[in-house]
Structure formats: C-alpha cells, structure tokens
Ligand binder design. Structure first.
Ligand SMILES: Nc1nc2c(ncn2[C@@H]2O[C@H](COP(=O)(O)OP(=O)(O)OP(=O)(O)O)[C@@H](O)[C@H]2O)c(=O)[nH]1
Length: 205
C-alpha cells in the first residue's frame, strides 16, 4: 500500500479546510475549527491502487508564511496552495508560498524532479466580488510549472475531486521516480565498489 502525504497551504480564511473537507466527505459545512493543526487520514483507491492518504491542514492563525511553511515543506510529497479569488492579498500570499516551496525543495533535493503542486483559486461562487482574474492564477501556475484550478468548495465537489486525484497521480509518479533514482544510484555505487575491489586485485595478480 502506498503512503501519500499532502499539505494544504494558504492564507487564513482562503478555504483550505473547506476544500479538503469537500474532497474527503463530499460536504460543505461552512465553519471549520481554525485554531489547531489537523492531520486527516483516508484510504482510497486510484487507478486500482490502494493508497493511504494523509493530509496536513496547518493552523494559519499567523500571517507569517514562513511559519506556516516550516513543517510541511519537508514532510509532504505534494502541496495544494489555496487562495481566495475575492481576496488579492491571499493571491499574493499564494505567490510567496509557491516561491518558498520551490526554494526550500531546491536546497533539500538537489537535481530532483520538482515536487507536485496544485494552485487552487477557491470561492469561485463569489465572482461578483472577484479581485483576482482567472488568467492571473493560470499565469502564476505556469510560472511555477504546477497545475491550476478554480473551484468553489461551497458549491461543487467534482472539480475538487478531480484536482486531488490528478495531484495524487503526480505524487505517485514522483515517488516512483525518486525510488528508481535511488535504486539506480545505489546499484551504480555498488558496481563501482565491486570494480574497485576486484579490478585492483586483478591488477596486482
Ligand atoms: N462563499 C464561499 N465561502 C467559502 C468557500 N470555501 C470556504 N468558505 C468560507 O470561508 C471561510 C473560511 O473557510 P476555511 O475553510 O475555514 O478557511 P481556511 O483557509 O481553512 O482558514 P484557516 O483555518 O483560518 O486557515 C468559512 O466561513 C467558509 O465557510 C467557498 O467556496 N465559497
């Protein structure tokens, strides 16, 4: 069984919990506890594979992005970065978060394939109060080479289910790539070791 770890990041009130709860339960509740870090577990099957999904929904009382990011960036295999389309500040915050994910991962995993991320513009039902155009979200996602989707946790389940499914597929590919890479570099160093030992010995005979 594969373990997949995701983290939701974004400004306070952007709708992270609402998006996640919609995916996990198909329901929109309206109000969510926001003073604690929450770790959700779910078993699911994607493309015939059984998965153990863990999703970290950090408490974002603090507007300090770095503080929100400290733990999940190292822990998670993939990220959902959420902003509110009717709140430009949350979009600017999402921009910073994407940059920080990229920078932190570059420092930690030199040369590795980029970590899967999905940028989500939530509260699409509030389009009368829109402050962020859909194209801006799309552009930001392109700049960061990540997937983009506008959704309304309040009104729709399907878009949210699709984005999580797509992200989980990407994460599975990413994990497989990392495992193959580790195996390959492991067998390369083993071959080098054997060569060093036996190669040298043969020379001295
Ligand atoms: N209109 C509308 N309201 C939404 C939507 N999603 C969430 N909300 C509301 O926005 C508010 C904040 O939602 P949360 O899911 O708690 O946001 P959060 O990002 O988890 O907030 P923190 O826990 O403070 O970080 C709540 O009142 C939700 O009911 C949406 O798609 N449309």
């Amino acid at each position: 069984m594969n373990d997949i770890k995701l983290a939701l990041l974004g400004s306070p009130g952007a709708g992270k919990s609402a998006v996640l709860v919609r995916f996990l339960t198909r329901r929109f509740i309206g109000e969510y506890a926001s003073n604690t870090n929450s770790l959700y577990h779910k078993r699911l099957s994607i493309d015939g594979r059984q998965l153990n999904l863990e999703v970290f929904d950090p408490c974002s009382q603090s507007s300090e992005v770095r503080c929100i990011l400290e733990e999940p960036v190292d822990w998670a295999d993939g990220f959902v970065v959420v902003y509110n389309i009717s709140d430009r500040t949350s979009f600017m915050n999402a921009k910073n978060i994407l940059r920080q994910i990229r920078e932190t991962r570059m420092e930690n995993c030199k040369g590795e394939m980029e970590v899967p991320v999905c940028l989500v513009g939530n509260k699409q039902d509030l389009c009368h109060a829109r402050q962020v155009h859909e194209d801006e979200g799309r552009c930001l996602a392109q700049e960061n080479r990540c997937h983009f989707q506008e959704v309304s946790a309040a009104e729709s389940y399907q878009d949210i289910a699709n984005l999580f499914t797509q992200l989980i597929r990407q994460v599975m590919e990413h994990l497989k790539y990392r495992a193959d890479r580790r195996r390959y570099s492991g067998s390369k160093s083993m071959a080098k070791l054997i060569n060093n030992v036996f190669g040298k010995r043969r020379k001295s005979v």
